[in-house]
Design a protein around this ligand. Structure first.
Ligand code: URA
Length: 458
């Protein structure tokens, strides 16, 4: 076999065999096939796409390029949730202890922030002492004891993706649905969960800007997952505006704790929540409901959602969250002490500009917010750059709020003065005003699973 022939097959729109994909990927990882040939192949895939069979074969070949977590002996059900990435997206921090409190085991492995989206690893590392690189034995022990464990991907997990992702990043081939599918699913399959809930985001702050593209990715994940023996449910959710009221590392840990204490839950009579980040809780509960279904704890998403609401109100997920902080080296007392107080000293407020009488906030652009957050020090543009635990943004008002000149929209904290000066105009620009209130946001657009294509709001 020759790499040049495999590139030509893909260039001409042919379906590659498993053997061809194995030859290419294992050769690339071994260093016998150079970057330039894999770049040409990735570009051919970008334009020609892949059949479902090819995508599944590529995913499996990538998975087998590295270590797979052996979770035998951990009592199931093993269910995880994965988001395709967004701004202010901290649902994992709420869902892992929630799932554990429902009797599900959640083995969570994830990456760092890159570009405008946040990273769960960076959020957790803002908790003083918290360790995010667990060895396999410790990961398994914490998972078995606390019901969930959270660790970063080690170098041994899917090395093919580490190489391929870096190459795609510099060859403009990231936005290919089969390549994204294989990248995400190979890593998720390596962590050992048997069922997965995917939060596939669309909108300005997501990888997929349009709902139709998001839906294609969701279908690809569901079908490729099924071919690999995983049960998958995907929700297509709105990432046009940041999720929740906090964007930042420690700020998002704080907001997760607020949610674990009931902020954003519907009121007892089922009416919309009177306090807290309602959008964040809505997405969290809908994802949690599907985890409950896949974990065999509920017969329907409606039952699962009710179970999740009751479980949070009972306080067990909060207790498990704090127990996990302790299990992974953090100090829960210190976390609670710092809560609401630990902020960067470099800060400013953004208020509604003059001339906005009788106006509404129509939209807060998630992408612009995410870019500004990187400038503030929350995230990074280059792998390996440090991030600030205390930089970030707190929204006091978001879309739908009626405002007048001078009303406070955001408080902003930066790692340094320069970042603050650069981010403020970007954040001002992220807020759009209008004389009419915006239409109600549809946070959950669709559910996509192996058997149904229906979902809430359809
Ligand atoms: N996230 C991943 O892990 N891989 C991709 O290709 C895109 C998003």
């Amino acid at each position: 076999m020759r790499a040049v022939d495999i590139i030509a097959h893909k260039r001409d729109g042919k379906e590659l065999s498993r053997e061809e994909l194995e030859f290419l990927i294992t050769g690339y990882v071994a260093g016998t096939i150079p970057d330039y040939q894999v770049s040409a192949w990735a570009m051919a895939v970008f334009f020609r796409g892949m059949s479902p069979r090819e995508t599944a074969a590529l995913t499996d070949v990538m998975l087998k390029s590295g270590a797979v977590m052996d979770l035998s002996g951990v009592p199931g059900p093993l269910v995880d949730k994965h988001s395709t990435g967004g701004v202010g997206d901290k649902t994992s921090l709420i869902l892992a202890p929630l799932a554990a409190a429902l009797g599900i085991r959640d083995p969570m492995m994830f990456g760092r922030a890159l570009g405008h989206t946040g990273g769960t690893l960076d959020k957790l590392e803002s908790i003083p002492g918290y360790r995010t690189s667990l060895g396999a034995a410790e990961f398994k022990a914490i998972l078995a004891r606390d019901g969930f464990a959270m660790t970063g991907q080690t170098k041994e997990v899917v090395p093919a993706d580490r190489l391929l992702y870096a190459l795609r990043d510099v060859t403009s081939t990231v936005e290919s649905i089969p390549l994204i599918t294989a990248s995400i699913l190979s890593k998720k399959a390596a962590e050992g969960a048997s069922a997965l809930v995917f939060d596939v985001k669309y909108g300005s702050g997501a990888f997929m800007k349009e709902a139709a593209e998001g839906e294609k990715l969701a279908r690809s994940l569901v079908h490729t997952g099924a071919a690999m023996g995983k049960t998958i449910i995907a929700l297509l959710t709105d990432m046009d505006e940041p999720l929740g009221n906090m964007v930042g590392n420690f700020l998002e840990v704080e907001e997760s704790l607020d949610c674990l204490e009931g902020a954003g839950l519907p009121d007892k009579d089922g009416s919309p929540p009177s306090t807290g980040p309602a959008d964040l809780m809505e997405v969290t509960l809908e994802l949690g409901a599907r985890m409950a279904v896949l974990g065999g704890k509920a017969a329907s998403p409606e039952e699962g959602r009710k179970l999740c609401e009751e479980c949070i109100a009972g306080g067990k997920p909060r207790e498990l969250f704090l127990r996990n902080v302790e299990s992974q080296g953090g100090d829960p007392r210190k976390l609670l002490e710092l809560r609401g107080k630990w902020r960067s000293p470099v800060s400013a407020e953004i208020r509604v500009p003059p001339g906005a009488e009788g106006a509404f906030i129509r939209r807060v652009d998630a992408w612009k917010t995410g870019r500004a957050a990187v400038v503030l020090g929350v995230g990074r543009d280059r792998a390996g750059d440090p991030v600030s635990p205390t930089a970030g943004i707190q929204f006091h008002r978001k879309s739908g709020a009626a405002v007048k000149a001078g009303d406070r929209i955001m408080t902003v904290w930066a790692a340094g003065e320069e970042g603050l000066a650069a981010a403020l105009p970007q954040l001002e620009d992220a807020v759009e005003y209008g004389r009419e209130p915006p239409p109600a946001r549809r946070l959950i657009l669709k559910e996509i699973s192996g058997t149904t294509m229906e979902g809430p709001g359809q």
